[in-house]
Design a protein around this ligand. Sequence first.
Ligand code: MLT
Length: 251
Amino acid sequence: YLEAGSGWPLVLLHAFPLTADLWRPQLERAPRGWRLLAPDLRGFGPGVPPTSASLDEMAADVEAFLDAMEIDKAVIGGLSMGGYVTMALCRRAPARFTGLLLANTRPGPDSEDGRAARNAMMALVRTKGSRAVADQMLPKLLGTTSQRARPQLATLVRRLIEGNSPDGIAAAIAGLRDRPDSTAVLQGVSVPAMVIAGEEDAIIPVSESEAMAAALARSQLVILPAAGHLSSLEVPDDFSEALGTFLQANL
Ligand code: MLT
């Protein structure tokens, strides 16, 4: 895991198929009074890849991580897959949340077409490796502005994806494909929640983030201009400012 700052704990969960390094820009901008912790999720980063990586197993790992760090409660959130894991953790252990961050994510499960695309990507990573996954995902992960004006980001994201093992990525693809519907989970959330969307997100349309924010009792929605799916990496100043303002106002 990566860590920065000191004070109240804020746990950040990364997107597929990246690592905790996604959150380095936020760690560098840790708001005063907050301790940021970003673990690698099951299947990602160094080490022996797991044989399975369901979203529920990832959430159980995060719970074990909190236990190991002797953290009882925290603001917990994630981007995309990290958001799915956050929602799975909300289902398992709602008492551990003091607040919630859901960035570029959705509560709903995969569609039939989506599940078929997961199977195709699983076959791709098994036959052609992590690089082929990077080739396929990069155009969707970064917004049009980043693709045009921030070429170094594509290089960074590719490096993070290619550093992950094909077996770990394949295990996570099955977890993503088989994840349950978390819509009802959000309706039970009573802590303050922040929803962040990217105006240029090609994977999660802004309308879905609006619906997700509406389903949460105490939510705030921020739509970041010139940001795609990896909004925290693409517009780190704007993302961290929105997060810092939310933390200061609500927690
Ligand atoms: C992610 O960024 O974590 C993935 O795009 C999530 C997904 O494919 O559903």
